[in-house]
Design a protein. Structure first.
Length: 292
């Protein structure tokens, strides 16, 4: 997918510019930040920022800051999720996790610094955005990343280990843990445009909700069907930690069916946008067809 490759290169270059140099004091912290966010990952959230921004008519240079901000939040969450106090993972994106490479304390600080950098970027680097739009974007990302979004979902996830959840409880957890930041990525892309019609915003919001859940279903499926070498992280980790997942509740075939249902709901949400949403349709298919 040409759009994906070009957007991945674009956000990588922008991240490299926003991040402090590895030689800037304190150098070890900045090396840990760069180690954790550069040179790897699918960049799904930035891709959604760019694709939604194209729907709304935002130029690429206005989307770079939002794309980097969501990736900084995502990278910080991965660093913290991998810690011994959380999932205790040793491999991420095909290399040792941040705490294995730099130690637990430096990893915690690198995650904290990436989270702070996300909001600095939104506050200072949004090309052409007025102060009210910047504030709205900061508010949106803060809510998606906080106790009513991603962090809250992680708390629910930790409390669910060893318990049997029903499908409604499982989806509530993932609407927060994974879905909130994906949904915010779509809306941030739209907010980079000078004006977004309410109809378009609502369509994008519904798309973000459904594709965020579809992403997690596919993640759960890959955890039991893919290899560590393919994933770049430990396969079977959820099962080893006795976590509730879509395959554990529905079986692999049932989980695949749920992914297809959510994918179709995401596509249906885009109908009011017509041909403008072609990139988002392609990304939706990529998300549920991916093998890593």
């Amino acid at each position: 997918m040409r759009f994906a490759a070009e957007s991945q290169r674009r956000v990588e270059a922008a991240l490299d510019q926003f991040l402090p140099s590895e030689h800037t004091h304190p150098a070890r912290l900045h090396r840990a930040m760069r180690y954790s966010i550069l040179g790897g990952g699918k960049r799904i959230r930035p891709l959604l920022v760019y694709a939604a921004g194209h729907v709304a008519g935002a130029p690429d240079n206005a989307l770079d800051a939002a794309a980097c901000a969501v990736e900084c939040i995502h990278a910080y969450s991965l660093i913290h999720d991998d810690l011994p106090a959380m999932d205790d993972d040793e491999l991420r994106r095909g290399k040792p996790t941040c705490h294995k490479a730099f130690g637990e304390a430096e990893a915690i600080l690198a995650g904290d610094a990436l989270q702070a950098l996300a909001f600095y970027v939104l506050a200072h680097a949004l090309d052409g955005a007025d102060s009210s739009r910047r504030l709205k974007m900061v508010e949106l990302l803060a809510q998606a990343a906080g106790s009513r979004g991603m962090v809250g979902g992680q708390s629910i996830d930790l409390a669910a280990v060893g318990r049997e959840l029903d499908i409604a409880e499982l989806e509530d957890m993932h609407i927060h843990k994974t879905g909130a930041l994906i949904r915010a990525s779509v809306l941030l892309g739209a907010l980079c445009a000078n004006r977004v019609e309410d109809r378009d915003r609502n369509a994008l919001d519904h798309f973000g909700k459904y594709i965020g859940l579809a992403f997690q279903v596919q993640d759960d499926i890959l955890d039991v069907t893919a290899t560590t070498a393919t994933l770049g992280k430990r396969a079977g980790a959820d099962q080893a930690l006795n976590k509730p997942t879509y395959p554990s509740l529905l079986g692999v075939n049932g989980a695949r069916e749920r992914a297809r249902e959510l994918h179709q709901a995401a596509l249906d949400s885009l109908e009011p946008l017509g041909p403008r949403a072609g990139l988002l349709r392609g990304l939706s298919s990529y998300i549920i067809d991916r093998t890593a």
